[in-house]
Design a binder for this molecule. Sequence first.
Ligand code: SAM
Ligand code: SF4
Length: 325
Amino acid sequence: MQTTLSPQADPGSGTPLVVPARRATSGDGSIKTVWRLPDGNQVESLSFTLGDADSHATPDGRVATPVQESRGHVVCVSSQAGCNVACTFCATGLMPMRRNLTAEEIVDQVRQTRLLEERDVPSRVIFAGMGEPLLNLDEVLRAVSLLETEPGVAHISVSTMGVLPALDRLAEEAPSVDLFLSLHATTDEVRDRLVPLNKANPITDILRSAENFARTHGRVTDVSYLLFNGVNDSDADADRLVELLDPRYFRVQLLLWNEVPGLPFSRVEEDVILRFRERLLAGGLPTYIMPSKAQDIDGGCGQMLTEAAKEHRVARSHKAMLPLV
Ligand SMILES: C[S@@+](CC[C@H](N)C(=O)[O-])C[C@H]1O[C@@H](n2cnc3c(N)ncnc32)[C@H](O)[C@@H]1O
Ligand code: SF4
């Protein structure tokens, strides 16, 4: 269900920096909001609940919730309007990079979500909406310190493609943050084609930095792995992942791709993701499947702003760059 909203001022905290332009509620209860920024740019956030049904067994029989130890309400915020990393599978990557968000605009996505939604305050905020947080690190670090004192926010996570040396700076300056590293490939050859900044930040380098992050913080790093049909879903990929990741420092969250029309990828079937998970578990690597949220309302980052994406699809020529499948 999608609704168009008029901007509303919040009498409690002055004029909001982000105002809801559109909202859509999924059958699974997730809510996607398109926020209008003061200069007219737009970004998206997603709020959802993690429950027991979203938990998965680890190799030793323990149960791990997908977003570290947090259950409850999660708000996924944007840190940039657009993203110039231009990952070849991502709707946001198809858009032009407009600008970095300020720390206040990032935090206001959480505050305004709390005001709009009649549910508990978010227990976790995750920087996994539009944009690459490490390419807006100063503002993201300021936002993290503001969120640390925000009512009800118990956990803060940053999801990144891995940008060096910004990742090392995040480890040093944000000890409260949990890290999600978006890996999505087990060889540089494949990752170069999925994530253009891999050429400057190859797998070995970002994993070394992420391992250091986990050691420094005393918490495991979650490695996000999106499965693409015929691209990165083989048994050999699973075995390479086991070789690459030390289970003392990493665990894997497997994800299904939200289809973005026009992009040359396809989502794997459920039996493939289950087989892949079993192979990682057999190799001793803690692994869980992150349930897809908001499938019925274009839940993937940037997907509600796909009109903008379509305009720029031809100009960015992803297909020409990427004869992957
Ligand atoms: C949108 S990104 C934002 C944070 C950061 N830029 C990153 O890439 O980790 C958050 C996660 O969503 C994933 N993602 C992007 N497009 C997706 C899609 N269409 N379906 C599922 N996940 C997607 C990314 O790979 C990443 O793991
Ligand atoms: S996946 Fe992340 S880094 Fe890549 S284009 Fe999308 S938002 Fe940017």
